[in-house]
Design a protein around this ligand. Sequence first.
Ligand code: ADP
Ligand code: MG
Length: 324
Amino acid sequence: MKLAELGEFGLIDRIKAHVAASPSVLLGIGDDAAALVPTEGFVTLITSDMLLEGVHFDLSFCDPRTLGRKSLSVNLSDVAAMGARPRHFLLGVALPKDVPLKFMDGFMAGMLEQAERFGATLVGGDTCASKGGLAISVTALGEQHPELVLKRSGARPGDLVCVTGTVGDAAAGLNLLMRGEREGFLVSRQLDPTPRVEAGIALAAAGCVTAMIDVSDGVLQDLGHICEMSGVGARLELAKLPLSDEYLSECAEDPFALALSGGEDYELLFCIPEGRDAEALEVCARAGVPVSVIGTVTAGSGIELAAPDGTPYRAPRRGFDHFA
Ligand code: ADP
Ligand code: MG
């Protein structure tokens, strides 16, 4: 069957058929708006991210299922970066008329399997035809107690700067994809990131985090956002950047440039008061994610970079900016 035969409403019904009921969803897909039951004592965190063909993804790089997973993952990462638990999401899609139905089925299977893994229910969206490429817009909703919500703005001089997992992998993976590679660890870090949902919630509950953000535009850019919003500076020790073996063998010449500016790792970057690092490490270890202390928060502004030999390092780029 073709998309044209199924039609807009046939496609919506097909999506709806795969969505399980949830006690928090009074009205889901099918009415003019969804009705959600808030959990008592919690506030709602809401975030939205677009993925555009030719800007965020290349259909020759990935299968539809993986694209479906990533489209949700990048949004869940923003929910996680607030220390919140994902609950619901909306999906807007603009589809070129010649998109095979099989593509949409794969895309939805990927998105809904990721949704199930992280406990988020699809509650609505919008579907339209595109005269350009494929466009995807996801809006994710999460919940947390108001006093536990983690913002970008609470870092204080003397805090330690920490990051989960490894950085630079996704950017190195993108370089490999552009050179024709289609698999391996780095490629999967680019195409199929894992949002650090459990670690984000555990860090919020631990109460030791002063500021948090997810690394979507590169460590320098994203730490820059924390610094600007907290009115502080930072000093990073490059020797402490967590780099995977696969990344190091790919970027041996200058391992720091891409690790600092490469985006899309979707790791959590956060600050904790001095002396709370053992606690943060333990909390994340229980959530299955390693953590590295990579620097300190300083008074003033700007990010200072120290090379492994202690000399100042000048980063060739800061990170991703759509209009730069
Ligand atoms: P309206 O015309 O009132 O905006 P629509 O016909 O666009 O409603 O949508 C009908 C129902 O299907 C709504 O509940 C909407 O949230 C849902 N919906 C539309 N597109 C999607 C989608 N891509 N994924 C999930 N739900 C969708
Ligand atoms: Mg509509």
